[in-house]
Design a protein around this ligand. Structure first.
Ligand code: F0G
Length: 458
């Protein structure tokens, strides 16, 4: 077969110049940021792979949509466009817009959780778990064991272990489990997808016990693309068809539209349950704004409606995920320890394997993210012991098996040459790994500490 590279299904109309600090300036900047890449100024960053959240490039259609913003307080035309898009593309009946994903998590947790409940999920996400806990629940990880092993090549490491779920049901009783939290894809596992086979089996089991499924659909189109590529029987389906099929197996959804849906801000809660809808529509006016804008401008909702449609195009996902795989392949070829298989929104470096001489108390992933910034101005994010926080009862660190640094790729922003530079820098840092010392935490905020914690060199 003739070889054909994937390439972007767009061309570039506007550019944003970057500047590059000297190494000396970067060393100073990381000390001032307390060795926390969240505390760097964006202007001091060359290639920003902190997150794919709100950092994507909008299309000319989306920018044009901003001009069609109907900024009426109530009943904005853009709300109705968004509602119709969520119904048609995603298949959920009712929509409550929110300013971003965690606001939807806040509401669904408050509506469905009672004090003393248990929420099983396919690994945790930081904000999702915190809202569940603040509503009185205990989170229980029921993802398959492969997800905790960076070297397992299993293609659907987002799958739920139904035996673990059954064991929890048997132990605490179905009436203490209002819902299963199911994410597409699983961010903390390395952007790993769930299979439709597993989701169908999950649906069967949960329906037997009257347990709902709350779908964190933040990266559902990327998950659908992986199903199309890797799951038997889906090669001839479109990403859009697979997205619909996933959603149809769930009851409610929370969305951070800052990822898949290609906007800089926005999210929503969607549900098929009219009672949950009534409650959420009422709650949103307390926390976000009227139910037809939920903390967003009309123009934001317009850009989101257009972005949702673009996000389920096959050629878009081929280029988006293709770019992530390209970077992953460069690192794999160089023998750099990364989470395998490569996920959809970023490449995750295995910091434990980089720094076998550092214990988790010396924050290997936090160290690696700082080293990478100093080397090249590439900004990444810690996803290890700092992100995992402390155990609520014992006050001790949670020690996750995965101690990772995430190179997260914004959508439609960077070029293949940028990916080459990133790979070259990661390889250099890996070659110098034995010289790295660890860090100690000198300031620790109470909630979601990874955002604002400060460190010093040991
Ligand atoms: N769920 C998942 C799977 C996420 O990745 C995020 C955000 C959220 C929920 C919360 O949404 O930020 O709009 O309130 N993830 C970002 C990240 C912050 O960098 O991974 P939000």
């Amino acid at each position: 077969m003739k070889r054909r590279s994937w390439a972007e299904p767009y061309k570039i109309k506007m550019v944003e110049p970057l500047r590059m600090l000297s190494k000396k300036e970067r060393e100073k900047a990381i000390v001032e940021a307390g060795y926390n890449t969240f505390l760097l100024r964006s202007e001091d960053v060359y290639i920003d792979l902190l997150t794919d959240s709100g950092t994507s490039a909008m299309s000319d259609r989306q920018w044009a949509g901003l001009m069609l913003g109907d900024e009426a307080y109530a009943g904005s035309r853009n709300f109705y466009h968004l509602e119709e898009t969520v119904q048609n593309i995603y298949g959920y009946k009712h929509l409550v817009p929110t300013h971003q994903g965690r606001a939807a998590e806040h509401m669904i947790s408050k509506i469905l959780i009672k004090e003393g409940d248990f929420i099983p999920g396919n690994m945790y996400f930081t904000t999702t778990k915190l809202h569940q806990e603040m509503a009185g629940a205990k989170f229980v990880d029921v993802i398959i064991d492969e997800a905790h092993d960076p070297n397992s090549e299993y293609p659907f490491k987002g799958d739920i272990d139904l035996n673990k779920l059954q064991a929890l049901i048997d132990k605490v009783g179905a009436d203490k489990i209002p819902y299963v939290a199911m994410a597409t894809t699983v961010n903390m596992a390395g952007g790993q997808p769930i299979s439709l086979k597993n989701l169908k089996a999950l649906r069967k089991l949960t329906q037997k016990y009257g347990i709902d499924i709350v779908h964190d659909m933040t990266r559902v189109a990327e998950n659908a693309y992986m199903i199309q590529q890797k799951e038997e029987g889906y090669q001839d389906k479109t990403v859009a068809e697979i997205v619909k099929e996933i959603n149809d197996l769930t009851d409610h959804a929370t969305m951070s539209a800052k990822k898949d849906a290609l906007v800089n801000i926005g999210g929503f809660l969607a549900t098929n349950d009219p009672n949950v809808f009534q409650e959420a529509r009422n709650m949103v006016v307390v926390y976000e704004g009227l139910h037809t804008y939920g903390g967003l401008a009309g123009r934001d909702m317009e850009a989101m409606a257009i972005g949702i449609k673009e996000s389920v195009m096959d050629d878009h996902q081929r280029a988006r995920v293709g770019q992530v795989q390209y970077l992953g392949d460069l690192l794999l070829k160089a023998g750099v320890p990364v989470v395998k298989p490569i996920g959809t929104h970023g490449v995750f470096l295995d910091a434990k394997a980089f720094y076998p001489h550092l214990s988790q108390d010396e924050f290997p992933a936090q160290t690696l993210a700082a080293e990478l910034y100093v080397d090249s101005g590439v900004r990444a994010m810690e996803r290890g012991v700092v992100s995992a926080g402390r155990n609520k009862e014992t006050g001790k660190h949670n020690y996750p098996k995965l101690e990772l640094v995430r190179l997260t790729i914004p959508r439609r922003v960077y070029t293949q040459a940028h990916m080459d530079v990133v790979a070259e820098s990661v390889i250099d840092v890996y070659e110098n790994a034995k010289n790295a010392g660890g860090l100690k935490m000198v300031y620790e905020p109470k909630y979601l500490r990874f955002f604002q914690a400060r460190f010093e060199k040991l």
